[in-house]
Design a protein around this ligand. Structure first.
Ligand code: FPP
Length: 236
């Protein structure tokens, strides 16, 4: 999947993987099969990320508000995440992927916690892609926790305590909101929204979003080098 712009291996892409349920409903399938197809999409995107110039990939797998879902769906998601970690660890090691899970651990079951610890330890030396999976994650809680851990609160200190800034934030599934994901880190993220349901997202869709990112002028509050007026609000 060649791309024609200079690779930026430090690009941090965050993805809100939305639309699994609607993808399944549209096929007359139970929601859980949408999540299962979502795991396959995650696999494809992780595989495509390094060649797309992505150095850090943060995937929103389970938000702290997702506990409000029916227990059977929550349970299925937890099992899928544990299975993903168990099945993907060897492949991550082989591909130089360092896997990290961000978010709260105290409400996760012991099996998932073990799978997380094992995957993180086994992949710690990976330096081709830093894959961060957000599980029981709330950006507002993460900001609070980081601020509470500081001896003295300042913007610079908090900046250092938070994760790496997000360059490109993608949300699939047609909604256009951030849903408590990477709120601090996305202060200057370029936002790309696509109507594609997450299970249909793939490496070429990732490359399309990265290409869209490279077409934008990032000014970080400064004046434009040359005025560019764009009307597109959607990737597709
Ligand atoms: C949103 O779709 C998706 C989630 C809440 C879960 C995302 C999880 C996965 C893709 C599976 C686990 C991921 C990995 C990498 C192991 P939704 O259910 O809100 O869809 P809807 O808006 O169409 O109902």
């Amino acid at each position: 999947m060649p791309i024609d712009f200079k690779l930026q291996s430090t690009l941090h892409v965050g993805i809100i993987m939305d639309g699994n349920g609607r993808w399944a409903a549209g096929r007359g399938l139970p929601r859980i099969l949408g999540h299962r197809a979502g795991v396959e999409a995650a696999r494809r995107v992780v595989e495509a990320a390094p060649d797309a110039g992505v150095g850090i990939l943060t995937l929103f797998a389970f938000s702290s508000d997702n506990w409000r879902r029916p227990p059977a769906e929550v349970d299925a998601l937890m099992r899928l995440m544990a299975a993903y970690l168990e099945n993907e660890t060897a492949r991550c090691v082989a591909r130089g992927v360092r896997l990290e899970v961000i978010g709260r651990r105290d409400r996760l079951d012991a099996k998932l916690c073990r799978a997380i610890a094992q995957a993180e330890a086994a992949t710690a030396a990976g330096n081709r892609l830093w894959l961060r999976m957000a599980v029981d994650y709330s950006a507002r809680d993460a900001i609070l926790a980081a601020a509470r851990g500081l001896p003295e609160l300042s913007r610079d200190a908090l900046e250092r305590a938070m994760g790496p800034p997000v360059d490109l934030l993608i949300r699939t599934g047609g909604e256009r909101r951030l849903s408590d994901f990477q709120l601090w880190e996305s202060a200057y993220a370029e936002l790309v929204f696509t109507r594609t349901m997450w299970p249909d997202f793939d490496g070429s869709a990732l490359v399309g979003a990265v290409r869209e990112f490279h077409g934008r002028e990032r000014r970080f509050g400064a004046v434009p080098q040359a005025p560019v007026y764009r009307q597109e609000a959607w990737l597709d």
